[in-house]
Design a protein around this ligand. Structure first.
Ligand code: GH3
Ligand code: MG
Ligand code: MG
Ligand code: MG
Length: 300
């Protein structure tokens, strides 16, 4: 999140309510305002997304309850904490609001200092949550996405490819003779080589939708949505040759005097007949074929 001020989306059909809340919070936060549920949903989807939403319930058109339902049903917005700020002060309404996933329920008239403190507390929590989420998704050594995160993205891209009937390709990369590399240069130098390989893979990817992760020890995986086999083979070849161009010395390699990798590539053929594990399996088999046919090459 850096040190940018947090963004708060305030939603209320009455201008005066928006003004009161905005005045209260504008010194410390970036404020976005919406006068209706429809407008709120639009702003919640805009990048950068709000870090917190203060949501009125009674509004003409879409009510706050409908807004939170939509936010919670959407992967892009369901992580954003929502606080209801409302004149509806019955227990049933409060229960309903919290059941729908709001983190808090504040009734009007508000107490400005208490609203300020609650907002700060939820933003602190949100910040910690984001840091933890980042840690859970990134590989500690190479700081690129880890296998767990990759598998989540793969599952999502698989569904999207299936929906749009668009091709999806996966490349599985394995460093050649890496055991000997560690034996000769030591584990720490091996770790540095892994970091350089990860960086090089990221640098070789040109499309924003391409996605790379560390799959295992010295294995990396690249996901290329909307990419047919021929193009993904070209990407894989660029990744391979970029890594070779790093010219990381490898005295004990049986392939070359520098570090090389073997890559297997697979593309979806039939979404109906298989799942995401199947494309990984094929990419892996092709990687072994690349190994068996001499290493330092792409097979697909
Ligand atoms: P091949 O060309 O067939 O892939 O041979 P290889 O030696 O690379 O394959 P093997 O699977 O036998 O060895 C993989 C090595 O990768 C062994 C392991 O010590 C090393 N390795 C795995 N994870 C790490 C890591 O995090 N850091 C370091 N330095 N080495 C690692
Ligand atoms: Mg209202
Ligand atoms: Mg391996
Ligand atoms: Mg290897």
């Amino acid at each position: 999140m850096g040190h940018e001020p947090a963004r708060i989306l305030i939603v209320d059909d009455e201008k005066i309510n928006l003004r009161v809340l905005a005045d209260l919070l504008k010194d410390k936060y970036t404020i976005m305002l919406a006068r209706s549920g429809e407008q709120a949903l639009k702003l919640a989807h805009q990048e950068p997304r709000p870090d917190l939403i203060l949501l009125d319930i009674a509004m003409p058109g879409m009510s706050g309850f409908e807004v939170i339902k939509k936010l919670k049903h959407d992967d892009a917005t369901n992580h954003i904490p929502v606080i209801f700020i409302t004149a509806l002060d019955s227990r049933e309404q409060e229960e309903k609001g919290l059941k729908l996933g709001a983190v808090d329920y504040i009734t009007k008239p508000i107490s400005p200092p208490i609203v300020k403190i609650r907002v700060r507390n939820y933003l602190d929590m949100q910040h910690k949550y984001k840091l933890l989420e980042q840690k859970a998704n990134l590989d500690g050594l190479t700081e690129i996405p880890n296998r767990r995160c990759f598998e989540e993205v793969l599952a999502r891209e698989w569904q999207r490819g299936k929906r749009n009937a668009s091709p999806l390709s996966v490349a599985m990369l394995d460093i050649d003779c890496f055991k000997q590399y560690n034996d000769h240069y030591g584990h720490q130098t091996g770790d540095i080589a892994l970091q350089r390989v990860a960086r090089s893979i990221m640098d070789s990817l040109k499309r924003a939708s391409d996605y790379a992760g560390r799959y295992g020890g010295e294995e990396f995986v690249i996901l290329m949505p909307e990419t047919p086999l021929e193009s993904s083979l070209m990407v894989a070849e660029r990744i391979r040759s970029d890594i070779e161009s790093l010219a990381i010395p490898h005295a004990l390699s049986s392939i070359a005097p520098h570090l090389t990798v073997s890559i297997g590539v697979a593309s979806t053929r039939d979404y109906a007949e298989s799942g995401p594990e199947e494309i990984i399996k094929r990419a892996d088999q092709h990687m072994y074929t690349a190994k068996q046919s001499g290493r330092n090459r792409v097979f697909g």
